[in-house]
Design a protein around this ligand. Sequence first.
Ligand SMILES: C[S@@+](CC[C@H](N)C(=O)[O-])C[C@H]1O[C@@H](n2cnc3c(N)ncnc32)[C@H](O)[C@@H]1O
Length: 242
Amino acid sequence: MFHVKQDQAPDAPEQAAAVFGERLPLARRYVELLLDSGVERGLIGPHEAGRVWERHVLNCAVVGELIPQGTRVVDVGSGAGLPGIPLSLARPDLEIVLLEPMARRVEWLAEVAAELGLALQVDRGRAEEPAVRKRWEGTDVVVARAVAPLARLAAWTLPLLRPGGELLAIKGQSAPAEVARDRAAVRAACGGSPRVVQCGVDLLDPPATVVVVPRLSDARPGQRGGPVRSRRAGRRDRERKT
Ligand SMILES: C[S@@+](CC[C@H](N)C(=O)[O-])C[C@H]1O[C@@H](n2cnc3c(N)ncnc32)[C@H](O)[C@@H]1O
């Protein structure tokens, strides 16, 4: 089977140094693994080599602009680790979970995380499964790329979030139309008004387009969803109150 060997992996573009800093060598190694065992084991197409940095790795990493320090992030439908692995490489402060139902993908993700020395968790399951909900409920941020249309994605993932937490769905140019189409379904899933934002505007052409959906508080009286804040800030607030 055709796959790109390590010495044929494309060079990192200039912007990669700004995004990954001193962890750029790890990002390079991730690209090599994607294009070698990732292609060999069917996690990514063999024709992605030429655009792997811009379209996949950097496009995912820049979404970190929307994520506060020290938050827990669940990457739903991680596949080959996108966006969770680039986020973990660029933002070691985040507590990242890669959620993926397919066994062979989970196996590859665990191998790659171990080889890169990433302190993330790999979990096998579907976002809508009750056991998965129980494991990850109260999460600050869910990220997802190319998993499902917004309506279905919201129904699967908003229950994983704490009130005030946010779903960040990486979408393409069709994001505004998808938001208009699925607004009512998002509301029915306890989502607030979705907004479309761009990340990496100074780095990527085109930048990443992200639909941001806040999780509203559930109907319990006295409970309100606030903006996403870091776990550390939440802890500080609680300590102040006592
Ligand atoms: C098209 S792939 C995208 C993978 C990766 N996010 C990316 O952007 O390259 C969709 C992934 O979502 C996973 N998936 C599908 N339904 C899911 C669900 N209900 N919960 C979690 N993951 C799911 C699939 O197994 C697959 O790995």
